[in-house]
Design a protein around this ligand. Structure first.
Ligand SMILES: [Zn+2]
Length: 136
């Protein structure tokens, strides 16, 4: 095993790095977030440990609510920042700032919503011994 593929111990960091919730090594997404046509593509299962990335059909429906939470956070953050830092500008400034930031962050919001969904509700925990258990 090469050192660069070493698993990340912390689940929070593995989530941030968009790694498999079970082995913390396999990537959750096939392409980088900057690939605007393919940033949503996930493999069916972890390329490292074989953990399925879709525990049941429609599993990621709930990720929509997490995305909504992110959008709300952006909305509030922009609103508060503009109000205090830009001295309450015209309303079009609020609207366009929120729109631009939301669009720019869409790939990240999509991916982290799915990752959070899988980590919280996928029924999978980090298992550094997955190889040993796999061979039973
Ligand atoms: Zn894995």
């Amino acid at each position: 095993m090469s050192t660069s593929a070493a698993p990340i111990e912390s689940s929070a960091l593995a989530l941030l790095a968009l790694r498999c919730p079970r082995c913390h090594q396999g990537e959750l997404f096939l392409y980088p977030a900057t690939n605007l046509t393919k940033f949503t593509d996930m493999p069916a299962e972890c390329p490292v440990c074989g953990q399925t990335y879709e525990p049941e059909p429609g599993f990621y429906f709930g990720a929509m609510y997490i995305s909504f939470g992110f959008a709300l956070a952006i909305f509030l953050f922009c609103g508060i920042a503009l109000y205090y830092l830009a001295n309450d500008p015209e309303s079009w400034v609020y609207v366009s700032t929120v729109a631009i930031i939301s669009i720019a962050l869409t790939p990240l919001i999509f991916r982290y919503s799915r990752a959070i969904m899988l980590y919280l509700f996928g029924g999978t925990r980090y298992n550094p011994q997955w190889r040993a258990r796999h061979s039973h």
